[in-house]
Design a protein around this ligand. Structure first.
Ligand SMILES: *Cc1c(COP(=O)(O)O)cnc(C)c1O
Length: 389
């Protein structure tokens, strides 16, 4: 069939460019030690920063929640799919974040799409950092607002773009922690610009929630409060489960409930997962030692890799990218680690800018000191044995 042939040609072209991808299959729960495609690995590849994805308390909560709530939501939130488990989690999240109200979504991708399309339309303007996550870029495009991108952290360019805009609604959208770089947005300066130009400030904290600000996330870390702040946390990363929450002023949340189509026209998140997330939040709040262990692993890795042929990017978060440069070298290094039983994903363009291919080392509180030591030793040896480009 011609339609399928066209797809096959395009897939072949991806293969020829070494860009064809498939999903490696895990045969164990998420954690530092995983079986992938039938082989055992020490892995630095998940966003399960606090080691909660396979935590016994969450597994027990899932069993209890299945008995209490069943498994499926069965309807959208506004129809008959909003359970006590959802309501309780939303209150718990708002209290933890010290924000007036919170709304639950099934994923961060959906939450980004919901907010951008509910707040923005034709004639409005959205101002986005160039390194924002793909889901945020898609959301901005689908809002049909004027999509203005500024160079990474370039506040002067952002100020010029804002000053030149006559859009009735302006929104600045940033990742709080950049997913492929691990660096943090200058949130205080961004909020000052939002105030100066009467714009919303949308903060996608997929990688900060649970980790920064004693677990309350990047706004707490920066000590910021404002009714023009819109906060988004994903719950499939440090929280170890799935889903996302948007938090902010009660009027904003009420508007999303009434007008955000990705919230309205979808089945509710499983109430089982909402109940498990309540337990996750209790652990995030009650076990700061997880964040301390994570900080110790971050410090250990940075110390261990200092002066290596490939530099770590400047990052204080569990995302510690090792900048290699060329695609071929990055793939070779990732493959050499895999041969030693260590799984670290190679990140290449178009996910990152051309010439900046890297290994994305992701650390977790579940990693032991010996795990990080094993990675450091392997990378130090490979720095001597792998040929230079
Ligand atoms: C992972 C991620 C998302 C998407 O969240 P999901 O819950 O995985 O859909 C959004 N923004 C950023 C910055 C992310 O890293």
């Amino acid at each position: 069939m011609r339609l399928l042939d066209t797809l096959q040609h395009k897939l072949d072209a991806l293969s020829a460019r070494h860009q064809r991808r498939r999903c490696p299959v895990l045969d164990t729960p998420q954690g530092p030690r995983v079986r992938i495609d039938g082989r055992d690995y020490l892995a630095f590849a998940s966003n399960d920063y606090l080691g909660l994805a396979n935590h016994p308390a969450l597994i027990a909560a899932a069993g209890d929640a299945a008995v209490r709530w069943g498994v499926g939501g069965g309807a959208s939130h506004l129809v008959a799919g909003h359970f006590g488990a959802h309501a309780e989690l939303e209150q718990q999240l708002a209290a933890w974040l010290q924000l007036p109200a919170a709304l639950l979504f099934s994923s961060g991708y959906q939450a980004n799409l919901a907010v951008m399309t509910a707040l923005l339309g034709r004639g409005d303007a959205v101002f986005a950092d160039r390194l924002n996550h793909a889901s945020l870029n898609d959301a901005c495009l689908l809002s049909r607002a004027d999509f203005k991108r500024f160079a990474h952290h370039d506040l002067a360019q952002l100020a010029r773009l804002l000053a030149a805009s006559t859009a009735p609604t302006k929104l600045i959208a940033v990742d709080a922690v950049y997913s492929m770089d691990g660096d943090c947005a200058p949130l205080a300066a961004l909020l000052a610009l939002a105030e100066q130009f009467d714009a919303w400030l949308y903060v996608d904290d997929a990688h900060g929630f649970g980790v920064l600000g004693d677990g309350r996330g990047s706004l707490a870390e920066a000590g910021l409060r404002s009714d023009r702040l819109i906060y988004m946390a994903t719950l499939g990363k440090a929280a170890g489960v799935a889903g996302a929450a948007v938090a902010g002023h009660a009027t904003l949340i009420d508007w999303l409930i009434n007008c955000a189509r990705p919230f309205i026209f979808t089945t509710s998140t499983s109430p089982l997962l909402a109940a498990v997330l309540s337990t996750s939040l209790t652990l995030i709040a009650g076990e700061p030692q997880r964040r301390q262990a994570l900080q110790a692993r971050i410090a250990q890795l940075k110390h261990g890799l200092a002066g290596l042929r490939w530099p770590l990017l400047a990052s204080e978060t569990p995302i510690q990218p090792l900048q290699v440069g060329s695609n071929a070298d990055t793939l070779a290094l990732s493959a050499a680690l895999r041969e030693r039983g260590i799984w670290v994903p190679a990140i290449r363009p178009p996910t990152v800018p051309a010439g900046s291919a890297r290994l994305r080392i992701a650390l977790s509180a579940a990693h032991q000191e010996a795990d990080v030591a094993e990675l450091v030793t392997a990378l130090r040896e490979l720095a001597h044995t792998l040929p230079a480009a």
